[in-house]
Design a protein around this ligand. Structure first.
Ligand SMILES: Nc1ncnc2c1ncn2[C@@H]1O[C@H](COP(=O)(O)OP(=O)(O)O)[C@@H](O)[C@H]1O
Ligand SMILES: [Mg+2]
Length: 279
């Protein structure tokens, strides 16, 4: 097909050779199948901020790291430059998360490049080499549902051990590749340690998986993997591939560790601000 304008620049730079077809026009991005050398890749073209959905809500961007204080001040002021910086931070968050997660062995598409608001990455493929379907496009036996659920809970744990929470994990953002599920769509990924909403988001992500696979394996609907995982993480005990029970009981009188950690972090921040004020 004729390359859309946003991909023309990447062709001129030699990053891609041709555009094969459009894969999806999503809420927040258009995704194309492109050819780059002998590899077939996915190119995700981000939409402009004003055409996007809900995910820049303050929950997600709280405490997101910015590169320097000028950028941070501009973002806070919402000037044109500020909005442009906000936009850049949003788009590069997905690339950053992909590199970070691929490095620790989480099943995400391998990132290749990020250029001019376009993310070039591995095409997640089914066993014919075609773009893999989303979980939402498929149905499962109870045994398959249990297997994929367990595999994805393990991926969530691995991500959290790397300090990352997906933040929009659901059957729409998991593809079923020839060799199992792959997690995609991470521009809203949340820094687990620096965000007060982290436990809520982690639990919501895990509950989305439970509710989806629970349609096929109803026993899953009674599980509590989300709170169990967060409690282990907050206690500093979470490691990849650890056995989980799916059960969670908040013991009466038990210390709420995540609340304690939040207090410590708040105190640390106040002290840092105080020192800053004192020059
Ligand atoms: N690396 C990839 N390989 C195969 N298909 C992809 C890939 N990335 C995205 N897609 C397809 O494009 C759709 C939209 O991508 P996604 O990253 O979820 O963006 P959004 O939902 O924000 O529009 C996905 O549902 C999936 O079908
Ligand atoms: Mg998506």
């Amino acid at each position: 097909m004729k390359a859309p304008a946003r991909l023309q620049a990447l062709i001129e730079e030699g990053l891609i050779d041709s555009v094969v077809r459009q894969l999806k026009s999503g809420k927040e991005a258009d995704v194309y199948v492109v050819r780059s050398g002998d590899e077939v890749c996915a190119a995700k073209v981000y939409k402009e901020a004003n055409k996007r959905g809900f995910r820049q809500a303050v929950d997600y961007t709280e405490n997101r790291k910015v590169r320097n204080s000028r950028q941070g001040r501009a973002m806070a002021k919402r000037t044109a430059y500020g909005r442009q910086q906000q936009e850049a931070a949003w788009q590069s968050a997905e690339v950053d998360a992909l590199y970070r997660l691929a490095a620790v062995g989480v099943r995400v598409p391998r990132p290749h490049n990020f250029h001019d608001g376009v993310l070039l990455m591995e095409l997640v493929a089914d066993d014919h080499g075609d773009a893999a379907p989303r979980l939402n496009d498929l149905s499962f036996t109870a045994a398959e549902a249990l297997q994929h659920h367990a595999a994805l809970v393990d991926e969530v744990v691995r991500m959290l051990c790397a300090g990352v929470i997906h933040g929009d994990l659901s059957e729409f953002n998991v593809l079923l590749a020839a060799d199992g599920p792959v997690i995609i769509d991470l521009p809203q990924a949340v820094d687990a340690a620096g965000n007060n909403h982290a436990p809520r988001m982690l639990i919501r992500d895990v509950n989305n998986l439970r509710n989806f696979f629970g349609q096929y394996a109803p026993a899953l609907l009674a599980t509590q993997y989300g709170p169990e995982i967060w409690a282990l993480y907050a206690a500093g005990l979470l490691v990849p591939d650890m056995p989980l029970t799916g059960r969670y009981e908040r013991k009466p009188g038990a210390v709420d560790l995540s609340a304690v950690l939040r207090e410590i972090e708040d105190a640390r921040r106040e002290e840092a601000e105080r020192l800053l004020r004192m020059g």
